[in-house]
Design a protein around this ligand. Structure first.
Ligand SMILES: Cc1cc2nc3c(=O)[nH]c(=O)nc-3n(C[C@H](O)[C@H](O)[C@H](O)COP(=O)(O)OP(=O)(O)OC[C@H]3O[C@@H](n4cnc5c(N)ncnc54)[C@H](O)[C@@H]3O)c2cc1C
Length: 466
């Protein structure tokens, strides 16, 4: 059935895409191409007024709503079958306030584009005489939206040093279920401000701008990628565990990855990648335990810029694949020998060379210093997370790849807490509210009651009314 869009078209500044438009498939498809959900309308908003108009249209037509930014939701909840997608991917403004060291951005823009303005184009000289830029709290993927990332937490390489993406939000503009535009901060709508920082994508409104504080970072840092054959993985895992266990240097920001190099038919490798978040002269000491591992397969560790490093990591991401993503936080002593053996055994049996196992959410440091109830982001204690990410091409490969992920995570369950990072969402979770939000969930329900009492922003995993 065709929707009557005449009234909406009169006022809408962006683009309205329906299944009758040739651009529909391109507008619909998500990073995870396994998601086949077909909305009735994708309202590609050009401004805040469009967001309010799209919400009003969906409500008047009695259609379900979904909110879409960069299209990377692992479980596809930024689309809704037969409903209206409020697509804010086109809201891409970037405004740096160098004096205040903040940046105000549209929700659609990715972190590399923000870094170009705040870190690459902007420079100042630090007290140590080095040249600095201002870095945002971004992640690796250039096409993940800053809003989707930060509203659900936001783990990036600077996290241990400076905190999560959500910890950097100082203000937000939000369109609520009635189309009212709210300015949200510690002083205005503090309860919604609390909920946005960790559960902002879980059904409170549509965020149309975010203001972040920024961190000074030298223009030259030491970082890169270092890889060993998978045969040496247990040794590398142990060194990685010891790198962070009880260590106080919060500037060491290296993650771990099991992957195939090059995709999909190359050698299975174990990779450490990241940077030392400080002046290059101080990096050597911190990197000693990694160097002690001896001759790697390859290494690009050296002086580089934070931007080039992140850009390089983003270029490794393969688009157009189907995927299934499961994982969890390790128990305090879970990231240890018995888990290593299980992980490596499962990894070696990976059916697709596009798949990977990532330990890219490194906790501790500044992340752990924020109380679990200070924001909606509850997972403050764990140090290590595992993501098992199956990626494959054709539908005929689906069953064995899904089975591989399921079996992997089931075998690992004794070493995991049961908590799951809400931005690495899975439809398989029966207690998703407990896994994502833990003890913060009842308070989130109160905020939901206040800002969306009609449950307009309902998805299979949005916060429920009390
Ligand atoms: C390849 C890849 C790399 C990633 N790397 C990292 C990483 O390094 N660190 C990390 O922490 N996460 C990472 N993620 C996870 C990512 O942060 C989440 O998937 C995030 O939700 C994606 O946001 P999006 O806007 O791109 O996706 P979308 O699918 O468009 O949106 C996801 C959900 O976010 C909510 N949302 C998005 N925008 C808004 C808005 N403006 N207002 C209200 N709600 C909104 C909605 O609920 C929506 O369903 C990665 C994901 C992928 C696929």
């Amino acid at each position: 059935m065709r929707l009557d869009l005449a009234g909406l078209r009169d006022t809408f500044h962006g683009t309205l895409v329906t299944p009758y438009d040739p651009g529909y498939e391109a507008a619909r498809v998500l990073f995870n191409t396994r998601v086949r959900t077909r909305p009735a309308l994708i309202a590609q908003c050009a401004d805040t007024a469009d967001v309010a108009a799209a919400i009003g249209f969906a409500r008047a037509a009695g259609l379900p709503l979904a909110v879409r930014g960069g299209g990377h939701h692992a479980a596809g909840l930024s689309l809704v079958e037969g409903g209206v997608v409020v697509d804010v991917g086109g809201l891409r403004s970037i405004s740096l306030d160098a004096q205040a060291r903040t940046v105000t951005v549209g929700p659609g823009v990715g972190w590399r584009d923000i870094d170009k303005v705040t870190y690459v184009a902007h420079s100042f000289t630090g007290d140590d005489g080095l040249e600095y830029g201002l870095a945002g709290p971004g992640g690796e993927c250039p096409t993940v939206s800053n809003a989707g990332y930060s509203l659900g937490g936001g783990y990036g390489p600077l996290g241990r040093t400076y905190g999560l993406g959500c910890d950097h939000i100082v203000a937000a503009e939000v369109v609520d279920a009635d189309g009212t535009v709210l300015t949200v901060s510690q002083d205005e709508h503090p309860d919604l401000f609390w909920a946005l920082r960790g559960a902002g994508g879980a059904g409170f409104g549509v965020v149309t701008s975010l203001t972040y504080r920024l961190n000074p970072l030298p223009k030259t840092v030491v970082g890169g990628v270092i890889a060993w054959p998978v045969a040496r993985a247990e040794e590398v895992f142990r060194a990685y565990r010891d790198l962070y266990d009880g260590r106080t240097d919060e500037r060491l920001a290296f993650c771990l990855l099991l992957t195939t190099e090059p995709y999909p038919d190359g050698e299975q490798v174990v990779v450490m990648y990241g940077l030392y978040v400080g002046p290059p002269g101080e990096a050597a000491e911190a990197l000693k335990p990694i160097e002690a591992l001896g001759e790697p397969l390859f290494s690009s560790i050296g002086e580089t810029s934070y931007f080039d490093l992140m850009q390089g990591m983003g270029e490794e991401i393969v688009y157009g694949l189907q995927s299934k993503w499961l994982g969890g936080y390790f128990t305090p002593d879970g990231f240890d020998e018995p888990a290593f053996a299980t992980i490596l055994d499962s990894f070696r049996r990976m059916p697709s060379g596009y798949s990977m196992v990532r330990f890219d959410l490194l906790g501790g440091g500044a992340i752990g210093r924020v109380a679990p109830d200070a924001t909606a982001f509850v997972h403050r204690a764990p140090l290590h997370y595992i993501s098992v990410i199956a990626q494959w091409q054709g539908d005929e490969e689906t069953d064995r790849n899904v089975a591989w992920v399921d079996d992997f995570v089931e075998r690992l369950a004794p070493h995991l807490t049961g908590e799951v990072y809400q931005n690495y969402a899975s439809r398989d979770l029966t207690d998703w509210a407990g896994a994502y939000y833990g003890a913060n969930y009842p308070r989130l329900q109160q905020v939901k009651q206040r800002y969306d009492p009609q449950d307009v922003f309902h998805t299979p995993q949005s916060v429920r009314l009390p």
